[in-house]
Write a protein that binds this ligand. Structure first.
Ligand code: KIV
Length: 282
């Protein structure tokens, strides 16, 4: 299987094949996601929360994101890797936004960038697309606006907020994005907009009517329980497996079971005798 491109992702949407996407932030996890046949990875700024332990995504920086993106990109020979542009990397001038987008491509070697663009960022979206960088849009809940929104809340339940979702999605498509993430949007609204758009839509709390589905991997694995959105589904409790494994290791070390002979290096008695002759007995 060849590596996904904007063309193969668009073909999946046109052929009614559902697109699968997960987040990843490090090489070993990305490799497993790639090997599992997942189509796209988002190196989300959620890494500020789920990897670095911050209370929200606002503390993710360009350097942090480029480092995580590089390790994910090196693991993926099939899955398309999308870098999330952190807060402060696209809010100032067009030129700074373009430079930051370019860093993800040149330093981390990702396949695309995503940012929480509103209608105020359409010119920046166009500028990045014109540079030749593939861009993913993001509508509905913008976690980077958590302060202004007063919390991480569903978006699009009122006529005013639903209109914002529709107009932003259409404007992003016109600006040249190749896919749009719908976060915490009522299922009916996501399905409606999906039918109106040519480009694929990816849901994270946007319901089953989108062209694809995305989840935050630590939520899927049960690795992060500080905050779990209601749309997340935990498939396995890796967190519990890890805690139990660490407890078992601790017990074995305390009881002298580990390390045994199998996990220790041997040495000839002659060498040891020489050492004892030179330095005395222990
Ligand atoms: O950072 C992230 O994981 C995201 C998704 C929630 C869309 O932006």
């Amino acid at each position: 299987m060849k590596k996904h491109t904007v063309t193969s992702i668009q073909k999946m949407r046109d052929d009614n094949e559902t697109i699968t996407m997960l987040t990843a932030y490090d090489y070993p996890t990305a490799k497993k996601v790639n090997d599992a046949g997942i189509d796209m990875i988002l190196v989300g700024d959620s890494c500020a929360m789920v990897v670095h332990g911050h209370p929200n995504t606002l503390t993710a920086t360009m350097n942090m994101m480029v480092l995580h993106c590089g390790s994910v990109a090196r693991a993926c020979d099939r899955t398309m890797v999308v870098a999330d542009m952190p807060f402060g990397s696209f809010q100032y001038g067009i030129e700074e936004t373009m430079r930051n987008a370019a860093r993800f491509v040149t330093e981390a070697k990702v396949d695309a960038v995503k940012f929480e663009a509103t209608v105020n960022h359409i010119e920046k979206t166009k500028a990045i697309v014109e540079m030749g960088i593939a861009v993913v849009g993001h509508v509905g809940l913008h976690p980077q606006a958590v302060g202004a929104l007063g919390g991480l809340k569903v978006q699009g339940k009122s006529v005013e907020t639903a209109r914002k979702v529709v107009t932003e999605a259409l404007a992003l498509q016109d600006a040249g994005v190749f896919a749009i993430i719908f976060e915490a949007v009522p299922a009916k609204l996501s399905e409606y907009v999906t039918k109106k758009l040519r480009v694929p839509t990816i849901s994270i709390g946007g319901g089953p009517g989108c062209s694809g589905q995305l989840l935050v991997t630590p939520d899927v694995l049960g690795m992060y329980d500080n905050f779990t959105p209601s749309f997340a589904k935990q498939y396995v409790n890796v967190g519990e497996i890890m805690t139990n494994t660490f407890k078992q290791y601790r017990e074995e070390v305390l009881q002298g079971v580990f390390p045994g002979e199998k996990h220790s290096y041997g040495m000839s008695d002659d060498v040891m005798e020489e050492i004892e002759k030179e330095f005395g007995k222990a």
